[in-house]
Design a protein around this ligand. Structure first.
Ligand code: SF4
Length: 219
């Protein structure tokens, strides 16, 4: 099985950007440009509630770990899980310092409401495959919590979703290795895009950067 080296690990949080728009992900993660807008700031505020590293709470047959760093050599991914709930289960895995066996359940917090695409599900599964690799276990499901609707949704990690994640991550690594930023494809989602002012979809859709520079030089 091929594995990625640490310098090629990609951020788990980038999966949702990539699923939203390939160009947005490349601008933020390859070209390191980021432009906070309302949606990303609100998302960060929600995350701060859970970013309390390593705090563990025990509640009956389960315990909770917040802001847990994770990685996967197989997928070349790294990041932080908002919350991981370890549930006592004889089919689970042993956890250092705890008696019995546990299954880890990732829980990801999101600002706003459910999206119409799979981006949140893919990120959550990305966290799960990291946990599976690190803890030698299998995880059947996780939860997405939406701040706006205060709703917790169970996500089953089906074979189809796993195949979609595999394909998505392969594509991300291909862009990363080529340092490739796709050209603009304006769509409805540009209206809520945090990188709109950097991407300039109206301008760049009409001409390439080189064409733009040549035109300005000849003016
Ligand atoms: S403005 Fe549109 S094309 Fe540009 S990065 Fe954002 S979503 Fe993608």
């Amino acid at each position: 099985m091929a594995t990625y080296s640490e310098e090629d690990y990609l951020m788990l949080s980038g999966i949702q950007h990539f699923a939203f728009c390939r160009r947005q992900w490349a601008l933020a993660h390859i070209e390191n440009q980021w432009n906070d807008n309302y949606l990303t700031i609100a998302g960060q505020n929600l995350h701060h509630k859970t970013d309390d590293p390593y705090i563990s709470e025990t509640r009956g047959e389960k315990f909770i770990v917040r802001a847990m760093p994770v990685h996967s050599r197989e997928y070349g991914l790294t990041g932080v899980c908002d919350v991981v709930e370890f549930k006592k289960d004889n089919n689970g895995t042993q956890v250092f310092g705890k008696s019995g066996k546990y299954v880890p359940i990732p829980i990801e917090y999101k600002h706003g409401k459910e999206k119409t695409n799979h981006s949140d599900e893919l990120q959550l599964l990305g966290e799960a495959v990291c946990l599976e690799e690190m803890l030698f276990c299998h995880i059947d499901y996780g939860y997405l919590y939406y701040g706006k609707t205060r709703h917790r949704k169970k996500i089953e990690f089906t074979l189809a979703l796993r195949q979609e994640l595999n394909q998505t991550v392969l594509e991300m690594h291909s862009y990363w290795q080529r340092k490739y930023t796709p050209r603009v494809k304006p769509s409805q989602k540009c209206k809520s895009c945090s990188l709109r002012d950097i991407c300039l979809p109206e301008l760049l859709n009409r001409e390439s950067v080189n064409e733009y520079i040549e035109r300005r030089l000849s003016e």
